[in-house]
Design a protein around this ligand. Structure first.
Ligand SMILES: [Zn+2]
Ligand SMILES: [Zn+2]
Length: 236
């Protein structure tokens, strides 16, 4: 038995691999049962904004084209509902940073399957500094860092949040756009030319990620894609 194997065996005895959702023993950080409860979006989504098509009430097409997004394409791993929604709450508001690893694996699958144009950099949506120090971390940055490691893509903080915006949760589509207006500033190198992936935990109408994409495109020659862990489906 090699030393490495022995040590790994010992580590498994003292720190057995657990599912981060339910706490059961499993080599994967997300067990089969918990995975089954997540509503993955896969291919049946709007090709522009990633909205899951089975969540549209009566129309067969997503109406996002009226939005004129600044990004090329947005994709999300799963619907922001049920057990995933609960887990994201624990991740953001109850300091369960351990969830970032499993979440980023889901995002990695989504990137590999649906972003066919390899990006140069991953850029997390920033938090306002005060909010980040209150929370102790930026959840999107944690996701971005894990994802960057899995994909071998560098993470860059090209965007700074300069306005402490109100929570978007209770706002409608137009109000969300207004709310994030002038909330961000470009802080990357001047005259950049690159393909980037903006990473966030949740996308609903896309107002926040769109404003980030707009800032990037204003500052340099950027091609922008968006990847979020979850997609909120209650729009109005
Ligand atoms: Zn589980
Ligand atoms: Zn759409």
């Amino acid at each position: 038995m090699s030393i490495k194997f022995f040590i790994n065996g010992l580590l498994d005895v003292f720190f057995p691999p657990l599912c981060v959702f339910c706490g059961c023993f499993d080599e994967k950080s997300l067990c089969k049962n918990c995975r089954k409860k997540i509503e993955f979006i896969g291919n049946s989504c709007c090709k522009l904004c990633g909205y899951p098509l089975n969540k549209l009430n009566d129309s067969a097409v997503c109406d996002c084209k009226v939005e004129r997004f600044s990004f090329e394409k947005a994709v999300s791993a799963a619907v922001y509902e049920g057990s995933l929604k609960d887990a994201i709450h624990r991740f953001k508001y109850y300091r369960k940073k351990v969830l970032a690893h499993a979440f980023s694996r889901l995002m990695e699958e989504c990137y590999r399957n649906f972003i066919k144009d390899p990006v140069d950099f991953i850029v997390p949506v920033p938090l306002f500094k005060k909010k980040e120090s209150e929370r102790g971390y930026n959840q999107s940055e944690l996701l971005a860092k894990n994802l960057g490691k899995f994909l071998g893509i560098p993470v860059r903080n090209f965007i700074l949040r300069i306005k402490d915006t109100a929570s978007q949760t209770k706002l409608g589509r137009t109000e969300r756009r207004e709310n994030v207006k002038s909330a961000f500033q470009y802080q990357g190198p001047p005259g950049m030319e690159a393909k980037v992936l903006i990473v966030d935990d949740i996308m609903t109408t896309g107002a926040t990620v769109n404003e980030c994409a707009r800032i990037l495109k204003e500052a340099g020659n950027f091609k922008v894609y968006v990847l979020t862990l979850a997609r909120g489906v209650k729009q109005d």
